[in-house]
Design a protein around this ligand. Sequence first.
Ligand code: ITT
Length: 192
Amino acid sequence: MMELVFATNNLHKLEEVQAVVGDQFRILTLADIGCADEIPETGDTFEANASQKSGYLYDKYQRDCFSDDSGLEVIALNNEPGVYSARYSGTRDMEKNIDLLLQRLGDHTDRRARFRTVISLRVGGAEYFFEGIVEGDIGFERAGDGGFGYDPLFTPRGRSQTFAQMSAAEKNAISHRSIAVSKLAEFLKTTY
Ligand code: ITT
C-alpha cells in the first residue's frame, strides 16, 4: 500500500483526508514518523507555504508527502487575512481575529470573500499542486456555532446559512478543503 506523510498533527484534517483518499493509501501524520519539528511557514502565498512545508519534509525524510495551507481572502481588504488567517490579530484567538475582520470591513457593501486551500504533493521528487476555492460573502455579525475559524461569518454563494450553521457533512460537501483533497485523491487514484 502506498504511504504518504501528511504534514499535520491535526487529527480532524487527517480523518477528513483519509476518508476522501480511501484505504488504497495510508496517510501518516508527523507524529507517526516521529517529526516534532516546528516546520517553517514563512511564505506570503498559500502555494509558497504549502510548498515550503512539503519540501522541508521531503528533504529531511525522503518520503512521499503532502501539506496544505488555507485561509480566508476578503476582496475589499485586498485579500486579507489570507496567509495570516490563523493569526490576523497577532494571536490565535479567533474571537479577536473575527472582531478585527468585522472592524476592518466596517459597513462596506462589498462583502465578497473566498476560502482557499492549496495542497502541495511531493512524490519521487516531483511536486504537484491542488487548489480548492469556495466563494461567498462575509456577514455583518456572527451566525452559528459549528465549524471553526471564520465559519460564523462566511455564507457560501447561493446559500442562506453560514458554514457555522451547517452540519459538518453539509460543509464538507462544498468546502475549499474537500475540493482540494478530492483533486488530490483523484490524482493519486489515477496515477498510482
Ligand atoms: P495547521 O496546523 O494544519 O497549519 P491551521 O489552523 O493553521 O492548522 P489552516 O492553515 O488550514 O489551519 O488554516 C489557517 C486559518 O484559516 C485557520 O486557522 C482558520 O482561521 C482559517 N480557515 C481555514 N479553513 C477554514 C475553514 O474551513 N473554516 C473557517 N476558517 C478556516
